[in-house]
Design a protein around this ligand. Structure first.
Ligand code: ZN
Ligand code: ZN
Length: 551
């Protein structure tokens, strides 16, 4: 990986001895090099040799260090630009399912058959339903898109009252296209208008102008703000469903969830194609999401009085809900309902209300945008503006009013259940989904409770499947291929089974210091950049921007 004759490198290496880590970090940042590289040991099964490779932390979807965050932001901008005004239908080829996915789907089909047979015979299907739910989760965790098998049998049957279907909106016949309409001007030029939509949550109390803090913190509705943030991504899903129903075509979008100064998430969305502004506003107003979770009105356990874990009898087969114990009330010995049981009770209770209903606020902004205009570029920059920051980062740490506001928000989230598996359910007398020993209310490690996330733990960028017809890693690969081609090197087809990657154990003596590794990466980056600059001298227009982003 390193070239001992390279002058920049040997100088870097010489310097690394006295160079303090913070200096190396500054140099790395200045050069756009990852400051938290992970060392992986790569075994080449063809040659039998191993090599340690510094992998940028931002190789994962969510960028961690500032230089990686910045690079990912450029990739997102390229992805956004490419899909927005697409003028040909993208062709979608589903990913080849992996062995594991195939096995899961086959296994699920077996279980479904067993469940249906049991149902026909009039037997209790509770256990098998639980297995199916678990399998569906595994299947989606294995990276499959959508629900391959349609509705599962374990899907709860809601009474009509509890369905959240189409609100009272116009509905157009669905055309099988993802492209919006084009308009042709009198001189024959085709225009492809698109939309830029901003959606915001409702008010929780009056906000001091410019500061983002409540005028009266005592009446500001923190519990509602907390729940809205927790369920925001579900609300966005509903909005897209309704949008597609009304639009009458397979609407595609690229959106980002960003923090407002008042610490509530809001959404910017680039939409391919156009619709009347009033219609978008009507859709936003009619969209809502109900959270059908057990009630949290009554605190049953707190302080020293907490549920106690008790093991279930051992048996050969695992229990269908995956738990090997239960929580019970230490005062009465009564077992708390499991998550599944609690949901059944909720379904049976005709008078039950949803735990929460999320809606957008009245502030809906809709802008028409034409492809290739400065407006479009501006929107793309706007969409990716805060991607390098977390929700809590908008906070001005020197402003005591803002600090207090954030602290109250974090406190409101402390005992709020963030998911079915959240330990906070114990506070309200329900066992969390997949309960295990050692859980306690107020000690959930879920992202949503953390001050930097402030309730929103979902993905920051939400891109529809047929946006640019490419995943982020495909965009990455594109860029790599382009550069290699420009260099006159064909991209070598990689044999996926050639390399075996392993993490390097901490404290391994063969790993150079972080400072030295950073300086080596900087030297590599500089060589790479010099090559690109030489190429740039020969390139034109579009190529240039691609190259700058690659560099
Ligand atoms: Zn990094
Ligand atoms: Zn939680």
């Amino acid at each position: 990986m390193t070239n001992p004759t390279d002058r920049a490198l040997s100088r870097a290496e010489r310097q690394a001895m006295p160079v303090a880590l913070d200096v190396a970090v500054e140099i790395a940042k200045h050069n756009g090099v990852c400051i938290r590289p992970v060392v992986l040991r790569r075994l080449d099964t063809h040659t039998g040799t191993t090599e340690d490779v510094n992998v940028p932390c931002g190789t994962t979807m969510e960028a961690k260090c500032p230089p990686c965050a910045k690079r990912n932001r450029y990739l997102r901008m390229a992805q956004c630009r490419e899909g927005w005004h697409l003028d040909a239908e993208p062709s979608i080829t589903p990913d080849e399912p992996t062995e594991e996915q195939r096995w899961l789907v086959e296994f699920r089909a077996d279980m479904q058959a067993q469940r249906d047979a049991a149902d026909k015979a009039g037997d209790d299907t509770t256990d098998l339903d639980a297995v199916l739910v678990g399998l569906d989760e595994e299947i989606s965790a294995a990276g499959m898109r959508g629900n391959l098998l349609g509705r599962t049998a374990a899907k709860r049957n809601r009474s009509t009252r509890r369905r959240q279907d189409a609100p009272d909106l116009p509905k157009r016949v669905r055309q099988n296209t993802t492209l919006g309409r084009t308009f042709t001007s009198s001189d024959g030029k085709a225009y492809r208008p698109s939309l830029f939509i901003t959606l915001t949550l409702p008010s929780y109390g009056k906000i001091r102008a410019g500061q983002g803090v409540p005028v009266d913190p005592d009446t500001y509705d923190y519990p509602r703000a907390a729940r809205d943030a927790l369920h925001f991504s579900k609300l966005v899903d509903r909005f897209v469903q309704n949008l597609r129903r009304v639009a009458g075509y397979d609407v595609q979008y690229f959106s980002s969830v960003e923090p407002q100064k008042r610490l509530a998430p809001h959404l910017h969305m680039a939409v391919r194609g156009t619709m009347p502004r009033a219609e978008i506003k009507a859709i936003a107003a009619a969209t809502y999401h109900q959270v059908w979770w057990p009630s949290v009105d009554e605190v049953r356990f707190e302080g020293e009085h907490l549920p106690v874990w008790t093991e279930r009898p051992e048996r050969a087969e695992p229990y269908p809900d995956g738990q090997d114990g239960d929580y019970l009330d230490p005062a009465t010995g009564e077992l708390l309902p499991t998550w599944h049981e609690a949901l059944n009770r909720l379904d049976a209770d005709e008078d039950a209300e949803p735990l929460h209903v999320v809606r957008f606020g009245p502030q809906v902004d809709v802008q028409g945008v034409l492809s290739g205009t400065p407006d479009a570029d501006q929107c793309i920059r706007y969409l990716s503006k805060y991607l390098t920051k977390s929700l809590g980062d908008t906070l001005d740490a020197d402003n005591p009013a803002q600090r207090a506001h954030a602290a109250r928000m974090t406190e409101a989230l402390r005992y709020e259940p963030c998911s079915p598996a959240c330990p906070n359910w114990l506070r309200y007398g329900v066992q969390p989904k997949n309960a295990k020993a050692g859980m306690a209310p107020g000690r959930c490690r879920g992202k949503a409770h953390k001050p930097e996330h402030l309730g929103y733990a979902g993905r920051r960028v939400l891109v529809s499947r047929k946006w640019s017809n490419k995943t982020l890693s495909e965009h990455k690969r594109d860029r790599r291929t382009w550069v290699l081609e420009a260099l006159g090197l064909a991209d070598q087809p990689t044999d996926l089974h050639r390399y075996v990657w392993k993490p390097v154990p901490a404290g391994d003596d063969n790993i150079p210091s972080l400072a030295l590794r950073l300086l080596r990466m900087v030297a590599e980056r500089q060589r790479w950049r010099a090559t690109l600059l030489a190429l740039e001298a020969r390139a034109t227009g579009q190529d240039l921007s691609a190259m700058r982003e690659a560099a």
